[in-house]
Design a protein around this ligand. Structure first.
Ligand SMILES: [Zn+2]
Length: 548
């Protein structure tokens, strides 16, 4: 028995079995049932979604001996001959090879004659957009005033190339791409009919490759059945067609994220020597990243969610949505470039290695934003040219707090700090209570320093006992400085003591550092402490003298 292609064998013979085009089939069925017959139909849509099938169904619906009907019987002589393609009143013309005005003139002559046996003489013109301009003009006259027994059915993949004058005279139906899940169900049914065992992933893969076209999916299915025999599985498909499985793509991506360059090289060679095509590997990598993007943005389909085992937590955690978008941008560009490549293999390897630096990729938009932020920050800093130092003075006898604001004009335009500011703040002990060992000296200094930095410090000295002082230096730093050197130098009559500490300073954070030191025995000696904070381009010395 001659082999019949699945697409032909399973061509829908009724509107109820026309898959994925519910809206179109319902509308046509209704118009046939209500006997409102248009002179011309225009069916548009991508390839392989059922345009020719729909045209033949309309023909059957019109010419079935029970018609016009939305449910042709499929048994009468009209129905069966249309199905076999030998009904003399249903004329199929390929618009691509019959483009001239003469072809239309032939039709114009023919339509003067009544149909041979059916109610209607039906012209199905496929790829109608291919007709020449003069052919369209001739056709226009015909469909404006056709004899009652004539119906035209046009089909096209390029609706925008069909003149508006033609479109407006037709009843238009737009057929859509068929969802993968519907294609899957049909493939499963066919495999079951043919007694071929299958696994869900294999079927899913075929359906996805159909990219919305049932005919393409069926053609691929025929090919796969021819080499898979009575068992269709994803593994078999992959090994026969030289496809990299998702696990292998996941491995490559994991190598990319961990900068395992040698492993990328080895894995890629392994895939290529097993027969995988370079473009296919790249396409698989792209679709993998796209799936992760959908998963991360919580908008993935059930299909991806159900297969989320491939997308390891490591991959999901490491990549931000921003990263993935960057990677996809690059990958699409590279996909275009690959067509013109002299050495595809080497370029793909280089591209994958380049992807390991994905954290460095910055989109122009982001760069612009950062420049803008810098501009704003710079202008803000310029405003800080006016410095203000607040001096707080405590006075025990009068118990008042005196605040003094010192404004300093600073018109340095360059945001670079080369000068140092020295401020002396005097503080007197206020809280000395009878018999109490604890003295508390609060020295507060708030200083906004020039353009580049904005540092505030609060220094608190607590005398814990007679001869031990703990000093806490609190620094708030909102510029990008990594460390500060905090130094305390104590001058006495016969003693110079220096303690210093280098501390990490974090951006925009208040931090406290403690320096403890032994106070000199002679408690009455005045003590001066210097705090030196060394920062890039800035040396600030702050000194305080305690009078006893
Ligand atoms: Zn019939």
């Amino acid at each position: 028995m001659a082999h019949t292609a699945t697409a032909t064998e399973y061509r829908p013979q009724s509107f109820s079995t026309l898959v994925g085009q519910d809206f179109v089939s319902t509308a046509i069925k209704n118009s046939l049932n209500s006997q409102k017959i248009a002179n011309a139909f225009l069916l548009s849509g991508p390839r392989g979604v059922g345009k020719t099938t729909t045209a033949r169904l309309i023909a059957k619906g019109l010419n079935c001996i029970h018609g016009p009907t939305g449910e042709p019987c499929n048994e009468c002589i009209q129905c069966t001959s249309i199905k076999e393609g030998n009904n003399s009143d249903v004329i199929e013309i390929d618009g691509a090879s019959n483009t001239s005005i003469n072809n239309i003139k032939t039709i114009q002559e023919e339509i003067q004659y009544l149909p041979a046996a059916a109610k209607y003489k039906i012209y199905i013109i496929d790829e109608v957009h291919m007709l020449s301009k003069s052919a369209f003009n001739a056709l226009l006259k015909t469909i404006e005033e056709p004899p009652e027994h004539v119906v035209f059915i046009f089909a096209t993949t390029e609706l925008n190339e069909v003149p508006a004058t033609i479109k407006s005279r037709c009843q238009q139906f737009n057929l859509r791409l068929i969802p993968s899940s519907i294609i899957e169900k049909n493939i499963e049914k066919i495999l079951t009919d043919k007694n071929i065992s299958f696994d869900a992933n294999g079927v899913k893969w075929i359906a996805k490759e159909g990219k919305g076209s049932l005919r393409d999916a069926y053609t691929l299915l025929d090919q796969i059945i021819s080499f898979c025999g009575d068992e269709v599985t994803l593994e078999k498909i992959q090994s026969k067609l030289g496809l990299a499985g998702k696990e292998q793509i996941a491995q490559i991506i994991s190598f990319i994220l961990n900068e395992q360059l040698m492993d990328i090289h080895t894995k890629l060679n392994e895939l290529l020597s097993s027969g995988c095509r370079i473009e296919q590997i790249l396409a698989d990598i792209i679709s993998f990243f796209r799936d992760i993007l959908l998963l991360k943005s919580q908008s993935s389909s059930d299909d991806i969610k159900n297969n989320s085992g491939y997308y390891s937590p490591e991959i999901l955690e490491k990549l931000s949505i921003y990263d993935i978008e960057n990677i996809l941008d690059l990958a699409f560009d590279f996909y275009e470039k690959l067509k013109y490549s002299i050495n595809q293999e080497m370029e793909l390897e280089f591209f994958l290695i380049k992807l390991t630096k994905y954290k460095d990729f910055i989109r122009p938009g982001t760069l612009l934003k950062q420049i803008k932020a810098l501009q704003t920050a710079f202008l803000e800093k310029k405003k800080l040219n006016e410095l203000e130092i607040t001096k707080t003075q405590h006075n025990s006898s009068e118990n008042i707090v005196k605040k003094e604001a010192v404004s300093i004009e600073n018109n340095v335009a360059q945001p670079k700090i080369t000068e140092s500011q020295t401020t002396n703040i005097e503080a007197l002990d206020l809280n000395k209570k009878n018999g109490s060992e604890k003295e508390k000296i609060n020295i507060q200094k708030t200083i906004s320093i020039e353009q580049q930095s904005n540092i505030s410090q609060k220094i608190e000295t607590t005398k814990k006992s007679e001869n031990i002082a703990v000093q806490t230096v609190e620094i708030k730093n909102n510029i990008d400085e990594k460390e500060a050197n905090i130094q305390k130098i104590i001058h006495n009559d016969d003693n110079v003591e220096s303690i210093s500490k280098t501390e990490k300073i974090e951006e925009n954070k208040s931090q406290s550092f403690s320096l403890s030191s032994l106070l000199p025995n002679n408690i009455n000696t005045n003590e001066t402490s210097y705090y030196e904070i060394n920062k890039k381009n800035l040396k600030e010395i702050f000194s305080c003298t305690e009078y006893r």
